[in-house]
Design a protein around this ligand. Structure first.
Ligand code: 8YV
Length: 310
């Protein structure tokens, strides 16, 4: 087998892939080198391995006649045109299940970090300011009302954790079999929530879903937490809302144009920012890698892929 690797992966996954055959580190080749490789070896590649944050273009799919699988090391498949790939006989696999707990854990961590000012508190101590003054009072987490957008696996796991802190409601395309209140109107959910958490998939439907009007409904006492995708939020509207105090704050593990973070989000004192680390634990990245490898191995064996998208 020959694999095209579109982004850096864990040492373990890279080593395991290399054991299975040559790996082309596509992201390290400039455009000329990529063209040259395609001109002579395009036929050889049967697997593309990439991350959830990075796509495989339709042009690349077309350029690889032997391609059988795009294996995504993540659950998000918004950067791959799945129907297009499947229409060309290319399967697309993801890593569902194994990262759910970590993403939900981080959603809770970001929520507490945001309301209690943990990142600012750390800076406060390191800067020696504790010697001079007291840390400003922050907001209580217990008793808050939480609104979850997208009650899939991650949203549900987040809800189950946050239920220890306060009442939960959720919004999505349809009600789920869950012990939480379904709210069909996103604006009503935002209005009735102290913390609005985004755990939905990035689709055409959810692009820019959190716009100025939703932020306004969330209100000056409301907080936004995003562990989904940056594209779900209208970032200009978010920066404006933070600047004006239309909302109280935002904690973001993701932004639309990663790793480039809008300066307005960096400059704001109302934000807590993380570099897309929700699934970034040793344990989960190993489990994700094993699932990527199980899909790759199944392809080579001609067996059903364990987690191919339907
Ligand atoms: C990963 C993710 O960080 O699962 C996803 O969709 O965004 C994250 O788990 C990403 O896929 C790593 O490339």
């Amino acid at each position: 087998q020959v694999a095209l690797q579109l982004c850096p992966l864990s040492e373990y996954l890279e080593a395991q892939l290399a054991e299975r055959g040559p790996v082309v580190r596509w992201f390290e080749l400039d455009e000329a080198a990529q063209r040259a490789w395609l001109a002579t070896q395009a036929d050889s590649a049967n697997v593309v391995v990439t991350g959830g944050h990075l796509g495989c273009t339709n042009d690349l799919i077309d350029a690889l006649p032997s391609l059988g699988l795009i294996a995504i090391n993540g659950v998000g498949f918004d950067k791959v045109d799945v129907p297009y790939a499947q229409g060309r006989g290319v399967a697309v696999s993801t890593t569902p299940g194994v990262l759910t707990d970590d993403v939900a854990d981080l959603a809770v961590g970001l929520t507490i970090g945001l309301l209690r000012g943990l990142a600012a508190a750390d800076r406060f101590v390191r800067d020696g300011r504790w010697l001079e003054e007291g840390f400003p009072l922050k907001r209580k987490v217990t008793g808050r009302r939480f609104g979850i957008v997208g009650l899939g696996h991650i949203g549900r796991a987040t809800a189950d954790r946050l239920a220890a802190f306060g009442p939960i409601a959720y919004h999505g395309r349809m009600p789920k079999d869950a012990p939480y209140r379904f709210e069909p109107d996103l604006h009503v959910l935002a209005r009735d929530s102290d913390v609005l958490l985004l755990a939905c998939a990035a689709t055409e439907e959810t692009r820019g879903l959190i716009d100025a009007s939703v932020l306004e409904a969330l209100g000056p006492e409301g907080y936004l937490v995003n562990v989904a995708r940056g594209s779900v939020v209208d970032e200009d509207a978010l920066v404006a809302a933070l600047d004006r105090g239309t909302i109280a704050g935002a904690a973001l593990d993701v932004v639309a144009d990663e790793p480039v973070v809008p300066v307005g989000l960096i400059a704001s004192e109302r934000t807590v920012l993380a570099p897309h680390i929700a699934s970034g634990t040793v344990e989960t990245r190993k489990a994700m890698a094993d699932l990527v490898l199980a899909n790759v191995d199944a392809l080579l064996a001609g067996a059903p892929l364990p987690s191919a998208l339907k």
